[in-house]
Design a protein around this ligand. Sequence first.
Ligand code: ADP
Ligand code: MG
Length: 538
Amino acid sequence: MPGPDQQGMEYGMFTNPVQGEQRSLYQELVQVNRKLEQKVQELNRAQQRLMEYRKVFECTGDLIYVFDRDYRYLMANEAYRDCRKSLFPDLIGRTLPEVIGTDTFARVKPQIDACFAGNELSYEDSHHYVDKGTRDLLVTFSPVFEGERVERVACLIKDVSERKHLEEQLRQSQKMEAIGTLAGGIAHDFNNILTVIAGYASLIQINGEESEAAAMAGEILFSVERAAEMTRSLLAFSRKQEVHLETVDLNLLVAELHKSLARLISEEIELVVRVSGGEVCCVADRGQLEQVLINLAVNARDAMPGGGTLEICTGIAELEDEEVAPGRYALITVSDNGTGMAKEVQERIFEPFFTTKEVGKGTGLGLSSSYGIIKQHNGAIRMHSECGTGTSFRVYLPLSGERPRVESDGSEGRLGAGSGTVLLAEDEETVRDMTRLLLERHGYQVLTARNGQEALELYRHNQGRVQVLLSDVIMPRMNGRELCEQVRQLAPGLPVIFMSGYPADVMSEKGLCGGGAYLQKPVKPEELLGALRRALCV
Ligand code: ADP
Ligand code: MG
């Protein structure tokens, strides 16, 4: 059939009036036809757009439904229909109370009515599903206006369980960071106090020789050692402990520990060790790692008072986690079939001083220090526990790598007489007095300063005399590093010994330990005297 334009060309050949009228009529027809075609195209496009909307509406995982002022369902997407289909294969036309139940309806009705009054509303809720368990939901009611009046309400229900879980994880790790800072600060100040107690106690011991006071001082020193153990745990938790990294084969480590662990647990507990076929090497501080395993084993033992099985396994595993770089990690698993833990306990186990054990039995520092140690190793510690079934801890550590071994000078000197003049800079009065007394009793002459600036002045006035500078690191007005730099400008070769409540690696990270020997508080008197002797020898 010829097209309208073609026909138009044919009509165009007519010239009389009637033919002219016909022609204009025809042209009108052509125009109408064109408009009609345009409309059809527009309609098609609108339909396509509508289909797109519908697709989005149907495909989204969020649940969406719309209802009118009689609370009757007008539409519902597939996700929502799926949820309800077992009981209500056809929703449209049914009412909300019928479908969601009168109790739930009564609970949400105030929100719905507020929405019909023109307000958009959101609230969080939770729902228990047979297949998915309890999920956290974000429910939003949006008003749909017809002119001024809200005729319908659209409800969107979003499953926010994953987001809530991540938020909870973030909150937890922020809490641990905050407690870590607090614990680190306390441990630091405590180390100052312990230094003083230990110093005076050893002076009493030295002066008293065989006396009763000397014996008591020995007891004090014993307690100081226990307290220092606690501050070490706290520093471990706040990741301010010195680490000595080396490549450690976890299979060997576990095998070596086997005997001590077997001794640690009671006879009713069976110890099963399963090491993986190949080597499982990681970069770690061997001593600290042993401590972590002992902590975990002791906890497992305590969770199995009537006996059970303690299983330690090694291997390599993938870890996808927000806290550490995703990838392959060396893995140690420590599992028991003991009491397990309730959820409230699980949430708090890594907090320092959290214990469920009776007074004198637990310090609540085992897991917190383990947590800090593993974190400091750029690893992760994960736990799974069920009441009555048991608990399993998984420790992930970076696989063996390139980091060099860090050696510290841990050698301790013998107590003995020395000689020479020491310039002592320390802002803590008690530490300063005790140290001066200790040094004087051991034959040294001591000049004391309360801060870096005073020390520098003293040095300028006694240049020929001072043979060694003994300095705290963090002090007001001028810190230890600045003091060291200034003094070394006057006397380049002067030996310097730093004392600090923070470990050497933390100090050097902050650039404070500018080339001197380093002692960590609480400083044992024999360590201090040993360091002085070594400094004065060179
Ligand atoms: P402590 O052992 O001194 O109580 P931890 O930090 O080692 O301190 O442990 C904290 C708490 O975690 C324990 O008191 C206990 O309630 C719980 N816990 C740790 N490990 C286990 C385990 N394997 N089974 C059951 N509960 C455990
Ligand atoms: Mg413990």
